[in-house]
Design a protein around this ligand. Structure first.
Ligand code: HEM
Length: 618
């Protein structure tokens, strides 16, 4: 039964008020079999769960016992999203009272947990009620501050609390692996994100979706479309073509390299998701998607409304509620981003001239998520690809340009390797990778040197947990400090130096681990398969062990390789003679981190490059 139809807003409100005494309201109808025997340690929910009302109770069907509490709470949170603003009219009037009430609630909540009385992880001492609000870094490069806090308190797992809401920051790979990967059954949800999900209307987006049936459905669809076999069969030709256009653009207007990178990333994604060839300038769909991203990045008022979610009910006309008006514009843009390219493909299908792409494939396959309209399923699954895949690729490539400008010797060594394998007759291709270990090491180092997503995407715990004898409550927001892990001196000596050699075998030394183990995030956030459809356990095991958190990682890795190898082959990148060497480059905050704009001189590397590029483009 679809969630929003089965429970009325009144039910939801009452439930939400009792959320933390929620167990009373929850009835386990049926235990879904666990995969405990297969995994040996812990299982996971096999079929998700359903919620519906029976009289005045909510019934949760399905789930493992260790997941159930979290799942039920998550359902209640999801249900809470169904509340319309009108039903809470009058709240603005009582806002001051609500704030006080909330503070009292936060205080109560902070006392209620921790039944065994275990200690929390170390961290700065919280102030009464507001907790560690003053310790939460802002103003840029927050990942560095979190790392410093960890060092100051001698811990790789830092505990903080803001208005009673627990938060954990993980600064080491080991702890992230032990918690987010191995205990994925507990650490696999997302925190409630009031501004972006509830006000700006991103709740359709898999990246930010809390754990649950819909999440699993979308995750499976996206993951299947970006498996390695799909990438090499269907996505490589698009990458080749768009890299050819990128090289040509770099030849003609090298000073616009940042724009060309963005265009290429957008063009690859628009082609594979919608079969749409983006216009060289001012493409309508790219413009909308970029608008959505910019709105999501700026996010004014986010922290206030995140801390006091009740503020989301303030009417837009109230002074100080500018964030509501802002969210409304962002909401409309997000609707356009999902609808417009999708409608374009449907029109082309009707006219018989659609280009095969993710949307046509999903429609042909009649993909389903129970309780979700098929148009919504396909729109949402496709729109997530642009929001997750475009900027991340651009960020990694921009960092690569900066590194090449700063380390000319590394660039020359990679070019010598390319020349020895390819001569001067042809551009690199995917099949050349095995013979290009140094170029491959540059791809790895570009992902490590400056993390694309330095604090990853926040996770949230679905049940209480105990780790190293310390307590992590249910509902904790968990930040994986990927930047700190990729800059761990004991794993990557001299971490601020761009050094591809660290991945190559050397006498008496183990190569450094592939940064992909952290750069693409953590966690077993998905059964890539519905086990009911796979009777051969071997297949299941193989697929699950391959699974990593970012479903686009194979795609990203291949697109970075072909772009980096082709640029190195065709061009030399240097620091402009008249530009200041130390431009004080800083990296932006947010889910994806980009450096400030900087200058590069980009010139063809040898005579004949122009002809090669023209031939490749033709
Ligand atoms: C250099 C490129 C990329 C990097 C560094 C990157 C990194 C990440 C990270 C850190 C996460 C969060 C994982 C976590 O929850 O711990 C993530 C999630 C995700 N990425 Fe990527 N990503 C990249 C490219 C892509 C591409 C090209 C796609 C296109 C399909 C993609 C799709 C996604 C999706 C859909 C999620 C959300 C997964 C979920 O919540 O279950 N990513 N990525």
């Amino acid at each position: 039964m679809p969630l929003s139809q089965s429970v009325t807003a009144r039910d939801v409100k009452e439930l939400y008020e009792e959320k933390y005494a929620g167990e009373k309201l929850v009835t386990i109808k049926k235990e879904v079999p666990t995969l405990t025997d297969f995994e040996g340690k812990h299982g996971w929910v096999v079929g998700g769960f359903q919620v519906h009302s029976e009289g005045d109770r909510v019934v949760v069907v399905g789930g493992l016992d260790n997941l159930l509490k979290g799942a039920a709470t998550q359902c209640l949170q999801n249900l809470n999203l169904a509340l319309g603003y009108d039903e809470l009219a009058g709240i603005p009037v009582a806002c001051a009272v609500a704030v006080l009430g909330y503070c009292a609630y936060a205080f109560w909540k902070s006392r209620k947990h921790n039944p065994k009385g275990l200690p929390s992880f170390p961290g700065p001492a919280p102030l009464p009620i507001v907790g560690n609000i003053l310790d939460i870094p802002s103003g840029g490069e927050e990942w560095r501050t979190y790392e410093e806090i960890g060092k100051k308190y001698g811990t790789d797992v830092v505990f903080l609390k803001v208005f009673g809401n627990p938060m954990v920051v993980i600064n080491s790979f080991r702890a992230a692996n032990e918690l987010l990967d191995k205990k994925g059954a507990i650490y696999s949800s997302r925190p409630r994100l009031v501004m972006i999900n509830e006000l700006m209307g991103w709740s359709w987006n898999l990246i930010l979706m809390a754990y649950g049936r819909e999440f699993l459905g979308y995750r499976k669809i996206v993951q299947q479309y970006f498996q390695p076999q799909m990438v090499s069969k269907f996505h490589h030709p698009v990458m080749r073509r768009e890299v050819g256009t990128l090289l040509y653009n770099l030849l003609i207007t090298p000073e616009d390299f940042a724009h060309h990178l963005k265009r290429m990333a957008a063009a690859i994604i628009m082609m594979i998701t919608y079969g749409h060839q983006v216009a060289p300038q001012g493409d309508e769909y790219v413009r909308i998607a970029e608008g959505v991203r910019e709105y999501a990045d700026k996010n004014p008022g986010a922290s206030a409304v995140e801390i006091l979610p009740i503020l989301k009910h303030i009417p837009s006309w109230v002074p100080g509620a500018g964030f509501k008006r802002y969210a409304r514009v962002a909401y409309d843009l997000a609707v356009q981003m999902r609808n417009k390219p999708y409608q374009m493909v449907k029109q082309r299908i009707a006219a018989g001239n659609a280009v095969p792409c993710m949307v046509t494939t999903l429609l042909d396959e009649k993909v389903e998520i129970e309780g979700v309209d098929v148009d919504d399923v396909v729109q949402n699954a496709s729109a997530v690809v642009y929001s997750a895949g475009a900027d991340t690729t651009v960020a990694a490539l921009t960092n690569f340009f900066l590194a090449m400008r700063t380390y000319p010797d590394i660039q020359k060594r990679a070019q010598a390797e390319l020349d020895s394998v390819l001569g001067r007759e042809r551009l690199p291709d995917f099949g050349d990778r095995v013979q290009l270990p140094y170029v491959s090491a540059i791809v790895k180092e570009s992902l490590r040197w400056k993390a694309v997503s330095p604090l990853g995407v926040p996770h949230a715990t679905m049940t209480d947990d105990e780790y190293r004898g310390r307590y992590i409550p249910q509902g904790t927001t968990v930040l994986a400090n990927l930047s700190a892990m990729l800059h761990d001196e004991s794993v990557y000596p001299e971490p601020d130096v761009f050094n591809p050699d660290r991945y190559l075998p050397a006498a008496g030394k183990e190569p450094a681990p592939d940064p992909a183990r952290a750069a693409f995030g953590f966690g077993r956030r998905c059964q890539s398969l519905d086990p009911c459809h796979f009777h051969i356990l071997f297949t299941l095991k193989t697929m699950i062990s391959l699974q990593r958190i970012c479903p686009g990682r194979f795609f990203a890795d291949d697109s970075l390789f072909i772009t980096i190898a082709s640029i190195l082959y065709a061009f030399s990148i240097t620091h402009p003679e008249n530009a200041d060497m130390d431009e004080g480059i800083r990296w932006s905050s947010g889910l994806v981190s980009l450096p400030n704009p900087f200058f590069c001189t980009i010139l063809p590397r040898f005579q004949g490059v122009e002809d090669l590029l023209a031939a490749a483009r033709a």
